[in-house]
Design a protein around this ligand. Structure first.
Ligand SMILES: CC(=O)SCCNC(=O)CCNC(=O)[C@H](O)C(C)(C)COP(=O)(O)OP(=O)(O)OC[C@H]1O[C@@H](n2cnc3c(N)ncnc32)[C@H](O)[C@@H]1OP(=O)(O)O
Ligand SMILES: O=C([O-])CC(=O)C(=O)O
Length: 458
């Protein structure tokens, strides 16, 4: 089923291409080097000042404070995300796709995030096979998920299912037995890979139970990549362009440095040595908030409300502008716009729009895709004039769910679950590195307003 794929690796990749080693062997080589790097930073620079803490940071959600380590990606306000220094177009050029596909897949992105190296097609294929082999859910977890009421939001179900999977945690069992701190990471890695492997079956089961209880769920196919399996289990396996879209979507949403709510929550909970399942369950509860991952559900709800409030013949830049103002004047945020760090259009938004350009006959003609595009043309001007948001441009949520809607995956309360399958790649990568670098429990100092007043008044 898997075939060797020729890819234009070029110079950049030449420096970084992983050898023929397995993922575990590669990590075993890198861990001592990174430990050494951290040790040198501690010994030589521990007391260097890298910024000031202002009152506005303390009361403003710690925005702008450089206060946590995150290895796999760094977000530049203007350029957007880079994964180990690689931009999204670099990743699209260098990371192996699935056989018969052309988009980045979860496995090649995970290899890059964990190791900083570009996997070969063979390494990517081996990881796909390993994940597929580990992809089935334990029976007792299936029973638990099947017992949830259909009215429970899919994100609540996902977080509960992931937390319950901690009954299988190798990290928790090893900790209970008593192991050396320097070995924690190997168990965190095993749990992380197992969790990533099982997420499609868990997420697809939730979709089936909530929306299509009459349908039979297919088993994990050992010959497919992670997202190929996910799409198949969702019941869309025969739709090649949707499968490719989901591959790109899941690779691109995988990591967005450390300060975003979901990634930060996983890191924080993991710092108490809660196992990777519990840590990622916490991340999902943060992702379920409308200012974060749930915004992709909210965008679609907002776009559809706009469509029904305007007769479809009158969807023009002027009518969208009017609708935007009605949202803002009602004191609501425009979902899919603005960002805590970005100050230009989100390159993930751009990449997903470019995906639509690749399928002009199918996606170019889609009403919802055209509406998203038209909104993205006028909203920045309106938000600038409104004058509140620091970033008037679209973020990735402005388009991600709307494309799913076009493909017929219309149950939009489910959309953030797909984001949740993706964010595991980056959040769990950092948990492996947190344990490998033996980082301490996270415990910032808080202050009351009285204390702040005392400090500023000297
Ligand atoms: C994958 C992701 O998580 S991407 C983000 C997804 N979330 C959304 O799309 C929801 C809409 N956007 C927002 O609510 C915000 O832009 C956030 C939460 C993403 C970032 O928040 P912040 O960093 O606080 O943004 P910023 O500093 O620009 O906010 C300043 C003011 O502009 C407002 N503002 C920011 N974005 C918007 C928006 N899209 N529409 C209307 N007002 C906005 C804020 O609510 C804030 O108002 P306030 O002073 O009355 O509290
Ligand atoms: O970076 C953030 O704060 C939000 C975001 O875009 C993400 O987590 O993908």
């Amino acid at each position: 089923m898997f075939t060797r794929i020729a890819r234009p690796y070029g110079k950049l990749a030449g420096r970084r291409l992983a050898s023929t080693k397995s993922l575990r062997e590669t990590l075993k080589e890198i861990v001592p080097l990174k430990r050494h790097q951290l040790q040198a930073l501690k010994e030589e620079h521990s007391s260097k000042v890298i910024g000031d803490v202002k009152v506005e940071n303390v009361i403003g959600g710690m925005r702008g404070l450089k206060a946590m380590l995150w290895e796999a990606s760094v977000l530049d306000p203007n350029e957007g995300i880079r994964f180990h220094g690689l931009s999204i177009p670099d990743c699209q050029r260098l990371l192996p796709p699935a056989p018969g596909g052309s988009e980045i897949i979860a496995e090649s992105m995970l290899w890059l995030l964990l190791t900083g190296k570009i996997p070969t097609p063979e390494q990517t294929r081996d990881l796909s096979r390993e994940l597929a082999e580990k992809g089935a859910l334990p029976k007792e977890i299936e029973k638990l998920i099947d017992a949830f009421p259909r009215t429970l939001h899919p994100m609540t179900q996902l977080s509960m299912g992931v937390a319950a999977l901690n009954s299988t945690s190798e990290f928790a069992a090893a900790y209970e037995r008593g192991i050396k701190k320097s070995e924690y990471w190997t168990y965190a890695l095993e749990d992380s890979l197992s969790l990533i492997a099982m997420l499609p079956a868990l997420a697809a089961r939730i979709y089936r139970n909530v929306y299509h209880p009459e349908k039979k769920l297919v088993d994990v196919n050992k010959d497919l990549d992670l997202v190929g399996n996910y799409t198949n289990m969702l019941g869309f396996g025969d739709n090649h362009s949707l499968t490719e879209y989901l591959r790109l979507y899941i690779a691109l949403h995988g990591d967005h440095e450390g300060g975003n709510v979901s990634a930060h929550a996983a890191h924080l909970v993991g710092s108490a040595l809660s196992d990777p399942y519990l840590s990622y369950s916490a991340a999902l509860l943060g992702l379920a908030g409308p200012l974060h991952g749930l915004a992709n559900q909210e965008v679609l709800r907002w776009q559809l409300a706009m469509q029904s409030s305007l007769a479809s013949s009158s969807i023009t830049p002027a009518s969208i502008t009017e609708y935007l103002w009605s949202t803002l004047n009602a004191g609501q945020v425009v979902p899919g716009y603005g960002h805590g760090v970005l100050r230009s259009p989100d390159p993930r938004f751009v990449a997903l729009q470019q995906f639509c350009d690749k399928y002009p006959e199918e996606l170019g003609e889609s009403e919802i895709v055209r509406m998203v595009r038209m909104t993205a043309e006028v909203a920045p001007g309106v938000l600038r004039e409104h004058g509140k948001t620091k970033n008037p441009y679209p973020n990735v949520d402005a388009t991600s769910g709307c494309i799913l809607y076009h493909y017929g995956l219309r149950e939009f309360k489910y959309y953030t679950v797909i984001f949740g399958v993706s964010r595991a790649l980056g959040a769990l990568t950092q948990i492996v590195w947190d344990r490998a670098l033996m980082l301490p429990i996270e415990r910032p100092k808080s202050v009351s307003m009285d204390v702040l007043e005392k400090i500023v008044k000297g």
